[in-house]
Design a protein around this ligand. Structure first.
Ligand SMILES: Nc1ncnc2c1ncn2[C@@H]1O[C@H](COP(=O)(O)OP(=O)(O)OP(=O)(O)O)[C@@H](O)[C@H]1O
Length: 192
């Protein structure tokens, strides 16, 4: 397993700006140093491998994808039940994991956070991106039953002691102020 110098684990509601903020940080640290990894990425590729399916066809909006969608979700839950760190391990086992700064852009459940705290305890920092509902709606958020009230969207809404909270309501100065301590932490780690 690669040993990063920093692991930044991000969470936030839909359209809070996780991708926007993590892209900003990656640019700041440089792509040579920093990789963005998505825990949701290996679900389809690993499901396709395990079931001998055509991965490309699972990505597009075909009947093929619809046919396997439910089973893929069921399979993902089954893997998580057997091994809560399954997707965290898969996500961080590729070439990108050789870079010193890892940004995990989409933690959704408590075990996601526990995995990184357990395996990279000294260097993991947890970050919540926050934006008002009205701002999220302006960015295209539409409440969807079965999605926005499911564990995958609400699992980290409460009872987490975030190391950093980012105010991403559209005020650039406020955003920069929230990012400053994170940037300082990472730059210090890179110097060490
Ligand atoms: N601070 C900001 N300034 C300007 N635009 C922003 C800002 N934050 C987010 N946005 C824009 O809002 C939209 C949603 O942001 P983004 O895709 O980063 O959210 P997300 O939390 O990753 O959403 P999802 O969970 O749905 O993937 C994007 O078009 C993004 O460019």
């Amino acid at each position: 397993m690669s040993q990063p110098l920093v692991v930044l684990v991000f969470s936030g509601k839909r359209k809070s700006g996780k991708d926007y903020v993590t892209d900003l940080l990656q640019k700041r640290f440089g792509e040579i140093n920093c990789s963005i990894m998505r825990l949701s990425a290996p679900l389809k590729s690993q499901y396709a491998k395990d079931h001998n399916l055509d991965y490309e066809k699972l990505l597009d909006a075909s009947d093929y994808k619809e046919k396997y969608r439910k089973d893929m979700i069921r399979w993902g839950e089954e893997q998580r039940l057997q091994d809560p760190g399954y997707f965290c391990r898969l996500t961080t086992s590729g070439e990108d994991s050789k870079k010193p700064v890892w940004i995990i852009s989409d933690a959704r459940r408590k075990p996601d956070i526990e995995y990184f705290k357990m395996n990279h305890s000294q260097v993991t920092r947890t970050i919540r991106v926050e934006a008002e509902d009205s701002i999220r709606i302006k960015r295209g958020f539409v409440f969807t039953e079965g999605v926005d009230d499911a564990e995958s969207e609400c699992g980290l809404d409460e009872n987490i002691n975030w190391d950093y909270i980012i105010d991403n309501n559209g005020d650039e100065e406020q955003l920069n102020k929230s990012l400053k301590p994170i940037i300082e932490y990472v730059e210090n780690q890179l110097k060490s």
